[in-house]
Write a protein that binds this ligand. Structure first.
Ligand SMILES: Nc1ncnc2c1ncn2[C@@H]1O[C@H](COP(=O)(O)OP(=O)(O)O)[C@@H](O)[C@H]1O
Ligand SMILES: [Mg+2]
Length: 388
């Protein structure tokens, strides 16, 4: 099958599109990336997404805005699919299936009191029915809720695909994706699916992006190549405070998002930084990512398994300074970009949702209970029919 994967992560920078050729059943599944691109969100859409995603229990957002954004994103994801197919020079009719992750605006994997009960919940916007109607291609969407209903965190789901791509009989590998949030998939040498451990380490680019945007009055949206951070010094006392966030101490499986490291966290960081030099503040945010990742390796990965290689993906892989600091902080590990093993670092998450959609189409489960904490494997998502 030819499957298109659509994904927008917590950075809300745009829609990643991956075209993937997939064959085989169960353990014989094979997937190959044919092409990929990113279609950026218009600035106003990104603002609307961030306004919702940064709203917590305290800030008021109307139900109308949630409903409207769901349909608007459905249109934008459909347009992204159509434009990408044109760019790749493949007819839309030659695409058999779309897997659309959508845009997460709320993710609460641990129980919270609500209306007299304690509930978990997650919400991804970008209405699959709209995408299916516009493209006339069947769409699998809403990947996360079933895993949560089965007692899992609903995340991370990419480890299933990491296992498929990176398992190795003699090398222990960690796939490290640095998106808005940073997450790891630990694949010991010769691992079976149930040996795979995965979790979010904490912020990836999200805090860096927010700080850069604020300090440059929106002239810059992110720290290109880490140039700003490279000119600064970490504010050590502030950094020590930030690293005391309880999330970093919690044992895996665990996942996080804007609920914990969004605008409220950034406001507090900026308030505590006071009149420090902007470059020092960006360096501090960068160092928060570096040290929380390195600390996760030391506490939750390297004691438990022998690891030789770290496979990098996500936009953060382009932040040279961050990667350089990470290498210094984790000596003895070999770092390589995902592209070296077949799927470009910028395409991996969209690639993953194409593969997950294929599994769902075949009625095959695709969560790894060892990664999400679910009680059992489940078939993910719901399918909107294509041409009618
Ligand atoms: N050249 C670059 N230099 C530094 N950071 C970059 C670069 N390119 C992308 N990024 C970072 O990557 C982020 C997007 O990463 P992505 O993997 O798409 O995350 P998400 O999955 O959360 O959308 C950007 O917001 C930015 O912080
Ligand atoms: Mg992105």
């Amino acid at each position: 099958m030819r499957v298109l994967g659509l994904m927008s992560g917590t950075s809300a920078d745009g829609i990643d599109v991956a075209l993937v050729r997939i064959t085989g059943r169960r353990r014989h599944l094979r997937a190959k990336l044919e092409n990929f691109c990113t279609i950026p969100y218009p600035a106003r859409v990104r603002q609307a997404v961030l306004r919702l995603a940064n709203a917590n229990q305290k800030r008021v957002v109307s139900v109308a805005a949630v409903s409207q954004l769901n349909f608007l994103l459905g249109e934008l994801f459909a347009e992204a699919a159509v434009r990408a197919a044109r760019r790749f020079r493949v007819p839309l009719q030659s695409i058999d299936l779309i897997g659309s992750h959508g845009q997460t605006v709320y993710h609460q994997p641990s129980r919270e009191a609500f209306a007299g009960r304690r509930v978990v919940s997650t919400l991804q916007l970008g209405e699959p029915q709209v995408i299916a109607e516009r493209t006339e291609i069947p769409v699998v969407g809403n990947f996360r809720p079933r895993d949560m209903a089965a007692g899992g965190q609903g995340a991370p789901l990419v480890p299933f695909v990491d296992y498929l791509l990176y398992r190795h009989p003699r090398r222990g590998r960690v796939a490290l994706n640095i998106g808005g949030i940073a997450n790891v998939t630990v694949i010991p040498a010769g691992a079976e699916p149930e040996d795979v451990v995965a979790f979010d380490t904490g912020p990836g680019n999200m805090v860096i992006d927010a700080v850069v945007e604020r300090l440059t009055n929106r002239r810059q949206r992110f720290d290109r190549q880490g140039a700003l951070a490279a000119r600064g010094q970490p504010l050590e006392p502030l950094l020590a405070q930030l690293l005391r966030h309880p999330y970093f101490r919690r044992r895996p499986p665990k996942s996080t998002g804007r609920e914990e490291f969004g605008s409220a966290f950034v406001e507090q960081l900026l308030r505590r930084a006071g009149r420090a030099r902007p470059a020092d503040i960006v360096r501090t945010a960068t160092e928060l990512t570096v040290r929380s990742i390195a600390e996760s390796f030391r506490r939750f990965i390297l004691l438990q398994a022998r690891i030789e290689e770290v496979i990098l993906s996500g936009g953060g892989a382009k932040n040279n300074f961050l990667i350089q600091r990470l290498r210094e902080s984790l000596p003895g590990l070999e770092f390589l970009a995902a592209g070296r093993l077949g799927v470009d670092e910028k395409a991996k998450e969209a690639f993953a949702f194409a593969v997950l959609a294929y599994r769902t189409w075949r009625r095959e489960p695709a969560n790894l209970p060892s990664a999400t904490g679910a009680r059992h494997p489940v078939v993910l998502g719901v399918t909107a029919p294509g041409r009618q």
